[in-house]
Design a protein around this ligand. Sequence first.
Ligand SMILES: Cc1cc2nc3c(=O)[nH]c(=O)nc-3n(C[C@H](O)[C@H](O)[C@H](O)COP(=O)(O)OP(=O)(O)OC[C@H]3O[C@@H](n4cnc5c(N)ncnc54)[C@H](O)[C@@H]3O)c2cc1C
Length: 358
Amino acid sequence: MSRAPNVKTRAVRIIGGGMAGLFLGLRLRQAGVEATVVESGRYPRHRVCGEFMAGAGETFMQRSGLRFDSPAFPRHRATRWYAGGHEVLRCMLPRPALGVSRHVLDHLLADAFRAAGGTLLEGVRERGNGSDDPPGTVRATGRRACPSPWIGLKAHYTGLTAEGLAVHLGRRAYVGVAPVEGGRVNVCGLFRKRPGLSAQREKALPAYLRASGLAELADRLDGAVLDPASLCGVAAFRFSPSFAGRGSGLCLGDRIGVIPPFTGDGMSLALESAESALPHLVAYARGESPWPETVARVRAAHATLFKGRFRWARRLHPFLLHPAGAFAVRLAAVSGFLPFSLLYRRTHAPLPPCTSKA
Ligand SMILES: Cc1cc2nc3c(=O)[nH]c(=O)nc-3n(C[C@H](O)[C@H](O)[C@H](O)COP(=O)(O)OP(=O)(O)OC[C@H]3O[C@@H](n4cnc5c(N)ncnc54)[C@H](O)[C@@H]3O)c2cc1C
């Protein structure tokens, strides 16, 4: 990755080195802007994520020079949905989804950012909520902690047979099974919290699967090899975005709001939020735009790009998680009335027209 000389006058400080923060840092460096990313964790690390990148995410990556052409990274062209142990839907994806673990992806981004001349501070937690951030500060700190009835759990397995990307609908739960690099299969689910269940790390995912009516999948996991280091969980979700961001400065990615995970669009949206902020931040760095104006322009760009997608994803989400809704989805799917392509278009960045559907 080539280093651009610092030709701009003001620096940008990014808090949070996940997808959005690292990608913005890299793109700023490529535009010659001095950029620092402050990250509370260290790389590489596993994260709760379905680890399939649908939508336009790969296009943004390519723009930055990061490519995933190696056959080591699976490309999912179709998705299969299961309910009650039966396949109810098989669809071609309008655009292939990239299978890549966050362990590898965040590390690659961090390396690229450093190689481009960015300053990356690992193991440093910034305080505050953004209300008194100095000009030039971007918050890319991920999900806002808030009480939530949901829990997300994920783990990598080897020796698990998986035919491409699969989504399993359970009782108040859905689970993505997605092959990633190195022959690993990522299993990641969103579950309604069940306080009585095993709190033991290694037992939590199979216990949640069984309690959600997904015993068959749990049995398959029992026959595969778990990577204990990959186990992780999160319990704070807010699916309603905040584009106004009152008092919270300039936000990117999940800090704006978490798009329901069934879309597989969260990573793409994080990258897109950074890419759409880029010209405004470059103008700020050049001294052409004052900070309050820069923040207002970025928020307006985000609202235009994402409002509709969030609205649709939030409408569909309860259908997948409520037993009656899941039944309706299943019925629509088996009778051929589920408008998959249309729903995909409503919940992802614009695409060329969809041509095929299984
Ligand atoms: C169950 C589940 C499944 C999902 N599945 C998918 C999927 O299949 N495909 C997909 O595209 N998306 C998926 N997502 C969404 C996706 O993971 C997120 O949208 C994406 O990670 C957002 O990136 P981000 O950079 O905004 O936040 P993050 O990746 O969360 O990064 C935020 C970073 O900020 C750091 N940080 C936080 N606070 C501070 C602080 N005070 N100081 C310094 N650093 C700080 C954190 O350590 C973290 O590294 C899923 C999400 C969930 C919950």
